[in-house]
Every structure is written in structure tokens, then in C-alpha cells.
Write a protein that binds this ligand. Structure first.
Ligand SMILES: C[S@@+](CC[C@H](N)C(=O)[O-])C[C@H]1O[C@@H](n2cnc3c(N)ncnc32)[C@H](O)[C@@H]1O
Length: 256
């Protein structure tokens, strides 16, 4: 009998941010194909004898090409296995989960999407930045700064269309991105913040303005994974950032 592919969002960083359904399918997995940004602690939820395959994508290089990942998912499911494709954040937000779902659909393999907590909203939130806030921001958009695969958006088109702009894969192109946003009409003095390794012990936030953030972030050696937030809400980080210790004390392991 054909197995099922589960496209599971692991959430960002903290293993406690996976959904109940995500943890449930992991516990029953025969095969787990996981990414670099999915918390390694989540692999412990899978049965000890489950096959574990690292498909980690790092900026600029990939352990397994996407076509091979697609083929692996389909092959293992056709062999009758329950296959969990564990991806950081949400599988359909710049996660290529749609391509994997299409590969399953076209091969006649049953699949289920288990949405996850996306870093696009969670990274700002954990740095004390609500992406919407009455009186400050009524709209937000999520874009990528990555142009490696032609994924980069025309920032000029979205720059001023929304109040809050969240830019994923921002660390490698921070200076260009901030400059393009100013060229497109956002104020150079507008609040902006970049959040690295949100929901982990390594979480760091650098806040400033569109004009000085690239310098401040470089001085703090901010690198990937990092999420950029631009807009008035970014200034709330000064008041709303929660101390990491407070978060750790409230941590509940998945499944409890
Ligand atoms: C390939 S995209 C995948 C996004 C993922 N599917 C999601 O929904 O969060 C990777 C980007 O997500 C962001 N990201 C992922 N995990 C993060 C974290 N723990 N802290 C900050 N940003 C993160 C970074 O911008 C990173 O470059």
C-alpha cells in the first residue's frame, strides 16, 4: 500500500513551536527528511529506527538538489512508508513545499500539509514586534531578499504598498535591500530591525532605521538566518522585547 508524505512546518527554532499535528505525524514517521532550520531536537520525536535524511539547504549550497528531494519523498511513499518532510517555519512560505506537494500529486502519492508557525511573523513577534498594531500598521507583506533563484521581488512594487514589510533571507543583502527600499520611497529614518536565530538561545535583534541598520547589523556580525522588519512597528522592539530567560522558564517540551 502506498504511504503518505506529510509536509510539516517545524516552526522557527524552538521545538515547542511545532503544532500538535506536526508532532503526532513525526512520532509515527518511518522516514524523516529534514532541513537545516528545523530544530534538531524534533528529530528525537521520531521512532529510533526511522530513517533520517538531511536535506539541509544553506545559503548558497544545498545538500540535496530539490529534484532529488522530490524523488526521495515519492519513492519512499510508493514503498509504503510514512514520510515526514520537516521544514523550518511553514512549508509553503518560501519553503518550496508547494513543489514537493506537486511532485506527490503528480505521482499519485497521498500527502498532507501540516502548516507551521512561520518565522515571517514569529521572528518579529519574539523580538517584540507585532507585524500589525492599531494606529501603526494595518497591513504587512512578506518578501524575500534572495535573488539566487530569481525569487527576489521587485521591491519597488511592494515597498510602499504596505505598512510593515517583512523580508526573509535578508542577512546577505541587507545593505542593498535597505537602499532599494529608500529608493522606492520609504523614509530613510523609518524604524527597521533584523532578528537572527529567533526562538533559539542565539536569538539577537539589532534595531535602528533603514539608513543605519546595515552598519549596526554588520557591527554586530548578524548573519543568516535573519528576518528584516521595516515599519513603525519595528520601534516597539525597544518596549516589547521579552528577555530570553523569561521565555526559557515558560518552555514546555513538545508532547507534554
Ligand atoms: C528559506 S526561508 C524559509 C522560511 C520558512 N519556511 C518559514 O516559514 O519561516 C529561510 C528564511 O527564513 C527566516 N528564518 C527562518 N528561521 C528563522 C529564525 N529562527 N530566525 C529568524 N529568521 C528565520 C530567515 O529570513 C531565513 O533566511
Amino acid at each position: 500500500m502506498t504511504g503518505t508524505v506529510y509536509l510539516v512546518g517545524a516552526g522557527p527554532g524552538d521545538p515547542g513551536l511545532i503544532t500538535v499535528r506536526g508532532a503526532e505525524v513525526l512520532r509515527a514517521a518511518d522516514v524523516v527528511v529534514f532541513d537545516r532550520l528545523a530544530s534538531p531536537a524534533l528529530l528525537d520525536l521520531a521512532p529510533a529506527d526511522a530513517e533520517r535524511v538531511y536535506a539541509g539547504k544553506e545559503p548558497g549550497r544545498s545538500a540535496l538538489p530539490q529534484e532529488e528531494i522530490n524523488r526521495l519523498l515519492v519513492e519512499r511513499a510508493l514503498a509504503g512508508f510514512a514520510v515526514v518532510r520537516l521544514k523550518g517555519g511553514d512549508p509553503f512560505v518560501f519553503g518550496r513545499g508547494g513543489e514537493e506537494a506537486l511532485a506527490c500529486a503528480r505521482a499519485g502519492v497521498p500527502f498532507e500539509v501540516v502548516p507551521g508557525v512561520t518565522s515571517a511573523v514569529a521572528a518579529p513577534a519574539l523580538a517584540g514586534i507585532p507585524v500589525t498594531h492599531r494606529g501603526l500598521a494595518q497591513s504587512f507583506a512578506v518578501v524575500t531578499a534572495n535573488t539566487a533563484h530569481g525569487d527576489g521581488v521587485d521591491l519597488a512594487r511592494v515597498a510602499t504598498a504596505v505598512d510593515t514589510l517583512v523580508v526573509l533571507m535578508a542577512a546577505g543583502r541587507l545593505e542593498e535591500t535597505c537602499r532599494e527600499l529608500v529608493d522606492a520611497g520609504r523614509a530613510a529614518g523609518e524604524p527597521a530591525a533584523i532578528v537572527q536565530w529567533a526562538a533559539t538561545d542565539e536569538q539577537r535583534t539589532v534595531a535602528g532605521t533603514l539608513s543605519d541598520l546595515p552598519i549596526l547589523a554588520a557591527a554586530a556580525s548578524i548573519g543568516p538566518p535573519a528576518t528584516l522588519v521595516v515599519g513603525a512597528v519595528a520601534a516597539l522592539a525597544h518596549e516589547l522585547a521579552v528577555l530570553p530567560a523569561a521565555r526559557a522558564a515558560a518552555e514546555v517540551p513538545p508532547g507534554r
